[in-house]
Design a protein around this ligand. Structure first.
Ligand code: URA
Length: 209
């Protein structure tokens, strides 16, 4: 089974509590989501391989380590995934960013891709799919399937909050995808919202409610 990493660093947990609070307005919500994404990027990149280089400091020449040229792609799922991109780019500034938009077909109930623009060398990149809320797991699973159909093999999924149902759905569809979350909440409600969650992440990010 693919691993689920719950990133329970005190700073992440503190900021997540502020994000959940319904009194937090869009400006603060946006800033906090960006900050948490940045902190999460630190953990999501933990397995990046290093290589040794030589550096001349003002005092001496030394052998030291740098990331071994890994090419990263960030793929936010529209629209709420956008809120986590800038935070991640602060730590991985050379990452390329692709975008995927999905809607649910009202008849088949299956996710349909309505927008997809990806870096041209996508299949060579290590991809981090970003969606703040892993609710049913339908969109994340579909986005990962679309990426695999385009030849991508190395995919991680990063979310702020997950419902157990969403984790199970992604794990059973994509056993090879590691999932990184700041919290696993109790359940989904009848309307498909995560409980207790934070409400509608897109509306809260963009002030559309
Ligand atoms: N999407 C959201 O924005 N919030 C939820 O709780 C579930 C899905």
């Amino acid at each position: 089974m693919a691993q689920v990493h719950v990133l329970d660093h005190p700073l992440i947990q503190h900021k997540l509590s502020l994000i959940r609070d319904e009194e937090t307005g869009s400006k603060d919500f946006r800033e906090l989501v960006e900050e948490v994404a940045m902190l999460m990027a630190y953990e999501v990149t933990r397995d990046f391989p290093l290589e040794e280089i030589e550096v001349k400091t003002p005092v001496a020449t030394t052998k030291t380590k740098v990331i071994a040229g890994r090419k990263v792609g960030l793929v936010p799922i529209l629209r709420a995934g956008l809120g986590m991109v800038d935070g991640m780019l602060k730590l991985i500034p050379t990452a390329k960013v692709g975008h995927i938009g999905l809607y649910r077909d009202p008849e088949t109930l299956k996710p349909v891709e309505y927008y997809c623009k990806l870096p041209t060398d996508i299949e060579e990149r290590e991809l981090i799919v970003i969606d703040p809320m892993l609710a049913t797991g339908g969109s994340a699973s579909a986005a990962i399937t679309f990426l695999k159909e385009r030849g991508v093999r190395n995919i991680k999924l990063m979310c702020l909050i997950a419902a157990p149902e969403g984790i199970e759905a992604v794990r059973s569809a994509h056993n090879d995808v590691e999932i990184f979350v700041a919290a696993v909440d109790e359940k989904l409600n009848y309307h498909g919202y995560i409980v207790p969650g934070l409400g509608d992440a897109g509306d809260r990010l963009f002030g559309t409610k």
